[in-house]
Write a protein of this length. Structure first.
Lengths: 478, 415, 373
């Protein structure tokens, strides 16, 4: 789509020409976020520094009828931050922590603050921002808000929506609104909470008030080895049934273990069919009370080895293996496709055997890392991008896996969002009426569909076609 | 270029927040992931034959390799960057006006000597002090002048004997090592060499200095001038062929990385080991009193990211200082990056500003590092900021701790 | 009220009374009929209210899935009994009348309790819901699994909306394992100061490792002249005892091990009520101020919620309000202790509320949006 003449000049006046990119080399790098199967090139990228600049950019774009998309670090895995033509509002320069109130346990940050960076700032006060997506070293708080990001520790501490107290946002008409505040609770309807997870299709977040959570006084990380996948999945239920709520409860299957050990040497047993990484946190006596039932649950379900990480180094090593598990897969396969289905916890065994069955039906290898405690699956479909139909077959296989998740009462996405990637599957999960109900809100606040068009909800204006067929699909944090 | 190596990037973006230019500019094209996409675009000719825009972003890459540390897929970014720059160096010789003459000066002992004399002359008549304060001079130039150490009249190897016997307090001799004296280190940072020699001797090692050891070609490799680098690497290998030693000790992180990366070795097969690693393993006589002043450490990229030497410098500083305080972003580049501070002076200074903010947030009296480029850059940043912070090589800090001991000072004739 | 005699299938009761459908179909019929008859059901200012007590089915409850889906006519207490029997826990307390159906609690912004500083509010535990839209259609939002980001989550708009966008018929909560080895504590003192000291001390992170949040539930109250702190924790009795300052400022200390977490007991009724919200760090100032002295106090100190009540209808709250005017505190309710009265707040400004109302109920089937008080 050609950009209206004069728009980029106006934007240049607003921000200074160095903060308006429109050369091919500058735009090319914005073709995809963490998901490279979908690519689209914007016409202009702008880099505002303040809420007011964002509002003026949006007003300018709106007056030209040009679509616009907010983008953080571009680590998303559903193509939510790509723009086919139009303007990308890149928020990386809005990266300041504005206030930390450790007594009242909140912080006010700009949206471009990196999740990990915020945590480094608040840790000296014994606090943390609890959502910990595996991309936390790079992903931004604004992106976490847009996607309602999760992570391994959300099992105990909840997802992003549980940790946002308020926001300053700019609506597609350029109006600025401050929502919520620093009080820890909001009794009535909460529009800021509603905005969390709307994937930047209702408003653009330019400031966030986040809840901070006290760090646990002690942590214990355990690794249980299983000769069968079912043993591991059954243990998950057994642990939770024993009344233990681990801080994290992760499952990694053999193929993923192979990749990690080939690359990182995290100390995962390569002969295991699956391992569980279990982390308990809390007061020492509390952890002591919980360890025995956890070990018992694993042993009763056939764990051949149960090991407690000795010291912080070993713990970090295990987590590094987990957090880089997907990245390591690059060593086993030139390409893979990352999925994000969810199933009820009791259906873990069922879905995993279903996933392996679907994989072999398509003659594709599928590796699994899951936030097992949440029933949140990340099947990774390995494929060869050099064959003509490699990517297409991987996508077909993935779609079948997601349908299997739906069939047993799950969801097509637990963490990564719908974006452009799963838009066509929304009507498999929701009825037309359900979707219409959601769309009413988008129409109310984004009436001309200028803000992040063609995302999340099927129907509505789709600007241009999203191109498939880039050779390297991505995604490493899950 | 190696298409396969480019394919290893899965576009996850985990590298973004580790990249100094991305931290300053916030632009994808100035991030490692963006640069890999641009390398691919150049390779596949996606930019309709006009690669100038893409090269501009590759040029302001520091080559600090922080992205390699954060990459979950093990993408060999440094390798890819040097390959692209080699392509660029051959195809577009006019890219920087300054780059080639500078590299020539460094490659030649004679030219470097003249440059050093010029700098020394400036310092003797105190013209450098004046120039630093001249606002009309571009800041990168003032920064270079401010960062220069006090240039000695002669390179270290010209004044020192070629063989030092061990001088351990217990009289025990533990081995014999050679010192890779290099170019800039030898001409400008003789004090670091002197400290290195003392510390080694005090811990029981004979130290041999090579004759006519010069540049290892690290800066040439980074710039893509692979032919010159090869010649320089070969020349430095010859120098060590005749020297019998347990190890070749190196006290410049950039050179250490170059030698490791190019699998450099001499005929004797003696391993090249960074002074920090060697001393951390062989600190047979730790200082008896530790230094009291507050100190922080800034990790040279080619030590931390390039060679994965992360703990040893801290171990040594711990042995030498009571009051070690980590500064934020200590493993992020200072903007020196070899001749980058000259060829990309503006960007370099922006990165340096952020670095100095971080360092000053812990209010140190002394700052330790382990590479001549960083040494100069950090000292420049601190001086221009008016901060009274002494920049020292880690081994110098260790030496200072030893110097609190009379017998150490007596042994080495320090008054 | 206009009645279209021929078509109607609903016999409308007297204006101002509540519609009590016996099942979901009937509820849907009422909404359809209401739009024909130009009456409204739901929000403040509507012709009728909702009474959903007869929609009390448990739709699904699989213990290993740790989620429960029920209709909203059952009470929170009933729901909690049900899940606790299976070793699970919904960390919400009603803090008010236990006879109130879930629908009322959710719609009136209830569910702020002594657990809230740690476990948040109902919206933090809802994963999905079924609502009636303005055409009387059942609409599903969210999912019945614990993690789901497919589409927009409308729960935060519906909870606390006073039925303004329609009733929630069915709701899914995620659950926790029922904590075992709970230690409950009760301290009494003649002044709030030592109790507040204890709270601060127990909640201040000690160094880098952090202290965690020791309290699952925390409640400070004053009746007559006696102050009482009630709390319960996952910490051991030994751990909690270690936090107690040694000076004997307390009148009494009770520490007891309990198997299951205790429930919050709502305070007895009083004449007039006022609920304040403030930052946790300001609670001390307010509680120690002479202006609050005459009141009975019921406070969630870690959540910044202070509820004041007094028997004497005629007592003026002027001095207190004057004191608060300069502080960060705000009044969230003047009547019922734990429910938000107002739909409009900083989290839901009027302009936005109007747009949402226009989107979800343009014809006002669920009553008019009344902005301002």
């Amino acid at each position: 789509m050609a950009l209206p003449a004069g728009l980029s000049r106006k934007l240049g006046k607003l921000l200074g020409p160095q903060w308006v990119d429109k050369d091919p080399a500058d735009l090319l790098v914005y073709q995809s976020d963490g998901l490279t199967l979908h690519a689209a090139t914007p016409d202009v990228v702008v880099y505002p520094e303040t809420t007011e600049q964002c509002a003026r950019i949006i007003k300018t774009c709106a007056s030209y009828g040009a679509p616009f998309v907010a983008r953080g670090a571009g680590t998303g895995l559903s193509g939510g931050a790509i723009s086919d033509g139009g303007v990308i509002i890149q928020l990386s320069r809005m990266n300041r922590v504005l206030q930390i109130d450790h007594r009242n346990r909140f912080a006010i940050v700009q949206p471009g603050v990196v999740n990990n960076y915020l945590n480094l700032q608040v840790r000296p006060f014994g606090l943390e921002f609890a959502p910990d997506p595996s991309s936390q070293a790079a992903c931004t708080i604004g992106g976490n808000v847009a996607e309602n990001a999760g992570g391994p520790h959300t099992l105990k501490y909840g997802v992003t929506s549980n940790h946002i107290l308020g926001q300053t946002v700019v609506f597609p008409d350029g109006s600025i609104e401050q929502l919520g505040g620093t009080f820890p609770l909001a009794a009535g309807p909460d529009f800021s909470a509603f905005l969390v997870g709307t994937e930047g299709t209702i408003a653009i977040t330019t400031e966030v008030i986040v809840r901070l959570t006290p760090l646990a006084p002690s942590v214990k990380t355990m690794l249980a080895t299983f000769p069968t996948v079912a043993g591991a999945t059954e243990s998950v239920s057994a642990i939770l049934s024993a009344g233990v709520l681990p801080a994290a409860l992760e499952l990694i299957d053999n193929l993923c273990i192979q990749a990690v050990e080939a690359h990182l040497k995290a100390g995962f047993p390569t002969e295991a069919a699956a391992i569980l990484l279990i982390e308990l946190d809390g007061e020492e006596s509390e952890i002591a009370n919980e360890s025995a039932p956890v070990e018992k649950a694993c042993r009763q379900n056939g764990a051949t080895d149960f090991r407690v990480a000795q010291g912080e180094d070993e713990r970090q090593q295990l987590w590094r293996g987990r957090k880089h598990a997907v990245g390591s897969l690059g060593k086993l396969s030139p390409a893979f496709y990352t999925n994000d289905g969810v199933v009820p916890r009791s259906k873990l065994t069922t879905i995993l055997s279903e996933i392996y069955r679907i994989g072999s039906k398509h003659s594709l290898r599928v590796a699994n890392v899951c936030h097992a405690g949440d029933g949140s699956m990340h099947p990774l479909v390995l494929f060869d991008p050099t064959t003509a139909d490699g990517a297409a077959r991987a996508m077909e296989c993935s779609e079948e896996i997601l349908l299997a998740c739906l069939e047993i009462g799950g969801s097509i996405t637990g963490e990564h969002g719908v974006g452009v990637e799963k838009r066509h599957m929304m009507n498999r999960m929701f009825s037309a009426r359900d979707l219409e109900h959601m769309a009413r809100l988008r129409t109310a606040f984004n009436p001309h569909d200028l803000l992040n068009p063609g995302k999340v909800l099927p129907g509505g204006a789709t600007r241009g076609e999203v191109k498939a067929g880039v050779s390297i699909p991505g995604g490493s944090w899950i | 270029m190696e298409q396969n190596l480019l394919q290893e990037c899965i576009h996850c973006g985990l590298c973004l927040s580790s990249c100094p230019t991305y931290l300053v500019l916030g632009k994808e094209a100035d991030s490692p992931r963006g640069r890999l996409a641009l390398m691919k675009a150049i390779e596949d000719d996606q930019l309709q034959g006009d690669n100038t825009g893409a090269f501009a972003h590759l040029d302001i890459c520091l080559g600090c390799l922080a992205c390699q540390t954060s990459c979950p897929s093990g993408v060999q970014y440094g390798h890819l960057l040097e390959a692209t720059r080699g392509y660029q160096y051959v195809n577009d010789r006019q890219l920087f006006g300054l780059q080639k003459p500078l590299l020539k000066i460094i490659a030649s002992p004679t030219y470097l000597r003249w440059l050093s004399r010029l700098a020394r002359a400036l310092q003797l008549i105190r013209l450098d002090r004046l120039l630093i304060r001249l606002p009309i001079l571009p800041r990168p130039v003032r920064s270079q002048l401010a960062g220069l150490p006090k240039i000695p009249p002669q390179p270290f190897t010209r004044t020192a004997p070629s063989d030092f016997p061990s001088a351990a307090p217990d009289g025990q001799r533990r081995g014999r090592v050679a010192l890779f004296t290099g170019c800039v280190m030898d001409h400008w940072y003789g004090t670091v060499h002197a400290a290195t020699v003392r510390v080694l001797r005090w811990n029981g090692y004979d130290v041999v200095l090579p004759v006519d050891n010069h540049c290892c070609g690290a800066l040439h490799s980074h710039a893509g001038d692979h032919d010159t680098a090869d010649v320089l690497l070969k020349n430095s290998a010859k120098v060590f062929d005749q020297i019998e030693a347990d190890a070749i000790i190196i006290n410049s992180a950039g050179c250490g990385y170059q030698l490791a990366e190019k699998q450099w070795h001499c005929a004797t097969g003696a391993p090249v080991i960074d002074i920090c690693v060697w001393m951390a393993a062989n600190l047979h006589h730790p200082p008896q009193t530790r230094l009291g002043q507050r100190i922080t450490y800034d990790a040279p990229c080619h030590l931390f990211h390039g060679q994965g030497i992360t703990r040893e410098p801290l171990q040594l500083l711990d042995a030498a200082c009571q009051n070690m305080l980590p500064a934020p972003e200590a493993e992020v580049c200072c903007g020196s990056a070899g001749i980058y501070s000259i060829t990309q002076g503006h960007m370099s200074q922006q990165i340096l500003d952020r670095k100095i903010d971080n360092i000053m947030s812990v209010e140190p009296r002394m700052l330790a590092t382990a590479n001549p480029g960083c040494h100069l850059q950090l000292q420049a940043g601190l001086r221009l900021r008016g901060a009274n912070v002494d920049v020292r090589h880690v081994v110098e800090v260790l030496d200072l701790a030893y110097q609190q001991d009379d017998s150490y000072r007596r042994t080495f004739g320090i008054v | 009220m206009k009645h279209t005699e021929s078509e109607t299938t609903v016999d409308w009761p007297a204006t101002g009374s509540a519609i009590a459908p016996k099942n979901r179909t009937e509820a849907a019929t009422c909404v359809r009929q209401a739009s024909i008859d130009e009456v409204s059901i739901g929000g403040p200012g509507a012709t009728f209210g909702w009474d959903l007590r007869r929609l009390d089915a448990v739709i699904s409850f699989q213990q290993p899935d740790m989620v429960i889906t029920t209709e909203t006519g059952i009470t929170l207490a009933e729901l909690k009994d049900m899940v606790e029997e299976k070793g699970l826990w919904l960390p919400l307390d009603s803090g008010s009348s236990s006879a109130e159906p879930l629908a009322e609690l959710l719609m009136h912004g209830g569910g702020i309790s002594w657990l809230s500083h740690r476990h948040g509010m109902p919206r933090d535990w809802v994963t999905g819901m079924t609502v009636l839209d303005d055409h009387g259609n059942e609409v599903v939002n969210g999912a019945k699994v614990v993690k789901n980001v497919a589409g927009y989550q409308l729960t935060p708009l519906y909870l606390g909306s006073h039925y303004l966008f329609g009733p929630i018929l069915e709701i899914t909560f995620r659950l926790l394992p029922l904590p075992k080895n709970i230690t409950a504590v009760r301290l009494t003192a003649n002044s709030p100061a030592p109790l507040l000291d204890f709270i601060d001390q127990s909640r201040t992170p000690a160094g880098l490792a952090g202290a965690g949040e020791p309290w699952e539930g925390l409640l400070l109250s004053k009746r007559g002249s006696l102050w009482e702190l009630q709390g319960f924790s996952r910490m051991s009795e030994k751990g909690l005892t270690a936090l107690l300052p040694t000076e004997a400022k307390y009148e009494s200390v009770d520490l007891m091990d309990a198997q299951a977490p205790p429930r919050e007991q709502a305070p007895g009724s009083a004449g007039s009520r006022l609920t304040l919200q403030t930052l946790p760090s300001q609670v001390r100032d307010i509680l120690l101020s002479p202006e609050v002295n005459p009141y009975s106090i019921y406070c969630y100190p870690a959540a910044g919620i202070i509820h004041l009540s007094w028997e004497d209808e005629h007592r003026t709250s002027e001095p207190l309000l004057q004191r608060l005017s300069g502080s960060a505190a705000r009044i969230i309710s003047r009547q019922t202790p734990f429910n938000a009265e107002q739909i409009i707040s900083s989290a839901f400004p009027a302009a936005i509320a109007e747009k949402v109302k226009q989107a979800l109920d343009p014809r006002g089937v669920f009553g008019p949006l009344v902005v301002g008080q």
